[in-house]
Design a protein around this ligand. Structure first.
Ligand code: GTP
Ligand code: SPV
Ligand code: MN
Length: 596
């Protein structure tokens, strides 16, 4: 019995089943009984391992295959009718060609398996922001993760009714063959096809595939925005609440900022931090003329390594129950989990992320992937509702009004601790030149430009995406102010100068003070910079006013070098780059040269 009469859903389901030929088809109804039964099945097959239920109630461990441990950008495609619509930054394949190629791989791939049909919603079912999807998958691991990360259940089918307005996602782990792994998007057709992976962002199709790539495409068409942003709420001692969103590239600190613990001096004054989201924000113009944000997800797929009682206690407590760990280290004495940076007591008897006995003495910082207990990109999938600092606004169908948008990346030298753009257009430019430095062992940092942290996630031409940002600016009567931060400046020895984590609140408070018009700033060639004394360093050991001055310094020569790199990147993005972005770039260069 099908739980819906929606012919669009049923016809598509029949077509996909005829191609993949599963033995059974099972609808996922969102009930705890069904999830429990599937968990039992996954335990029996070894797909998941039950952890110590006293210490970690409801927690399980899963290991992926060794070559399936992260998103695969090289195998991710945007299949629009023309290559130009996908742009130069995306991989492109002709839609018909792609379907033909993947049809061969999908044909019969679910023989002997069950196909699970997961109706899910991104955002609260029935809310103004909500968009619906159905994911077909042959992986119980995917079902269990989707059930945490999205809102799964038959109420989605009810809300959908007879409509064809849903995103059609097909996933098969097939043979997990890396050579034939594909994550492909047909934005013109509301369709996602993923095959030969069973890892995170490749297979939890509601997340990057739908909520960013497909949604960014829809947002452009419908006049809203889908962004790779956390949403953070700050409550002031007088009870006032302010919200900021922040876009940092993958593994650059979104989850950490979203769940930060205020430094003691601020706690004593009564400041509080609330998390609305840690990875994705959907943004719409509200009837009050402000920009409003929701987190379309229902859980966190967070990086485990580095998460500890000091860096991010909120994340740690969130994943102490009802959590699926992927590729972390197993302590076989206690049947609990461990990862690098959890504490200084690596397990004496352990199984590493590869499933092998592991001796922590063999750990070599220069070869983390092969010598660490947990994979550097190992993750926890945890429920938002288990987060101690979850904002009540998480449940608000209309989301929260945004005062500031913050961009950031890992820059060893160029970007100062914080600066403010001079307008929405200038802020869009600041987003477009975002970058991060990857520090490979021994090598100097390689700069990777990652506009708005969306380089791997824009479902169309990057130049058109910037144009959409500019157009949105014209549609928001009271737009948020746009800032850029950098927690990652290093000293001569390569150590981070700024303490980061909870202390980043000090910078966020300056940002909000600027938005409220409560603090002055210095105008520089790159934008407004704080006066050093306006970044509160009360109670911060080892940081003086001079350290802050140093963190706020702008190295003109380094910036001019960066400008050359930006020019190359713009050329690569190609002829859809809006003229206004070139004007901003030329103006920045002229200001830097004048200041030299
Ligand atoms: P994705 O889930 O991949 O999108 O990552 P993310 O942006 O949420 O990054 P996350 O918060 O998980 O942080 C990734 C890494 O950056 C971790 O190893 C953190 O310890 C480190 N990190 C986060 N915030 C800071 C900071 O303020 N300073 C420093 N030095 N490191 C930080
Ligand atoms: C990211 O890479 O930005 C993530 C992890 O949040 S994944 O869901 O795998 O994309
Ligand atoms: Mn992310």
């Amino acid at each position: 019995m099908n739980p819906t009469n929606n012919q669009h859903v049923l016809n598509w389901l029949n077509e996909m089943a005829a191609m993949t030929k599963p033995d059974n088809i099972v609808w996922i109804d969102g009930s705890e009984e069904q999830v429990a039964a599937l968990r039992k099945e996954a335990l029996a097959s070894g797909e998941i391992i039950q952890l110590n239920q006293e210490k970690l109630p409801g927690c399980y461990l899963h290991r992926t295959t060794w070559d399936d441990v992260a998103r695969v950008e090289g195998r991710t495609f945007i299949c629009t009718k023309t290559k130009e619509d996908a742009g130069n930054i995306n991989n492109w394949m002709d839609p018909a060609e792609c379907r033909a190629k993947l049809t061969k791989l999908y044909t019969g791939c679910m023989k002997g398996r069950t196909m699970y049909v997961i109706p899910y919603s991104m955002s609260i079912v029935g809310s103004p922001f909500a968009k619906y999807g159905i994911e077909l998958t042959d992986s119980i691991y995917v079902v269990l993760n989707m059930e945490i990360m999205t809102r799964v259940g038959f109420n989605v089918l009810e809300a959908l009714g007879d409509s064809s307005d849903f995103i059609k996602g097909l996933h098969s782990k097939a043979t997990l063959d890396a050579e034939n792994r594909y994550i492909v998007h047909f934005p013109e057709d509301d369709t996602i096809w993923s095959i030969n992976s069973n890892y995170g962002g490749n297979v939890l199709l509601g997340k990057k595939c739908f909520a960013l790539r497909i949604a960014s495409y829809l947002g452009r068409k419908e006049g809203w925005m889908a962004e790779h942003m956390l949403i953070l709420g700050v409550t002031y001692p007088d009870g006032t609440k302010k919200y900021v969103t922040a876009a940092f590239p993958s593994a650059c600190g979104k989850t950490n900022l979203a769940m930060l613990i205020p430094p003691e001096v601020f706690q004593k004054q009564g400041y509080k931090i609330e998390t609305v989201g840690d990875d994705i924000a959907w943004l719409r113009v509200g009837s009050d003329g402000r920009l409003w944000a929701v987190n379309p997800e229902n859980g966190f797929f967070g990086v485990a390594p580095g998460t500890n009682e000091k860096s991010n206690p909120n994340a740690l407590h969130t994943c102490m129950k009802d959590t699926i760990f992927t590729n972390v280290c197993l302590n076989t004495d206690t049947n609990t989990v461990w990862w690098e940076g959890l504490d200084n007591n690596p397990p004496v008897h352990a199984i590493n992320w590869k499933g092998q006995p592991w001796d922590y003495h063999t750990y070599d910082k220069a070869d983390k992937v092969n010598t660490s207990g947990a994979h550097p990109n190992s993750r926890f999938t945890a429920k938002a509702t288990n987060c101690p600092c979850l904002s009540p606004a998480f449940y608000e169908p209309n989301g929260v009004p945004v005062d500031a948008i913050i961009f950031g990346g890992r820059r060893a030298r160029t970007a100062p601790l914080v600066y403010q753009s001079t307008s929405w257009q200038n802020g869009t430019f600041v987003g477009s030149i975002m970058a991060s430095e990857t520090t490979a062992a021994g090598a100097v940092g390689v700069v990777r430009r990652d506009p708005m942290a969306m380089r791997p996630f824009v479902g169309y031409n990057m130049g058109d995406y910037w144009a959409h940002w500019l157009e949105m600016g014209l549609k928001i009567p009271h737009p948020p102010k746009i800032f850029h931060v950098n927690w990652f400046r290093t000293d001569d020895k390569g150590n981070f100068i700024w303490p980061g984590f909870g202390d980043n609140l000090r910078v966020v408070l300056w940002i909000l003070a600027r938005c409220a018009g409560k603090v002055d700033a210095d105008i520089t060639p790159i934008g407004y910079l704080p006066k050093a004394e306006d970044i509160c360093i009360d109670g911060l050991e080892g940081i003086t006013l001079d350290t802050v001055r140093d963190l706020l310094s702008v190295d003109t020569a380094a910036w001019l070098e960066d400008v050359e790199n930006i020019k190359e990147f713009y050329a690569q993005v190609g002829d859809h780059v809006p003229q206004a972005m070139y004007d901003e770039l030329a103006a920045l260069e002229a200001r830097l040269k004048a200041a030299r």
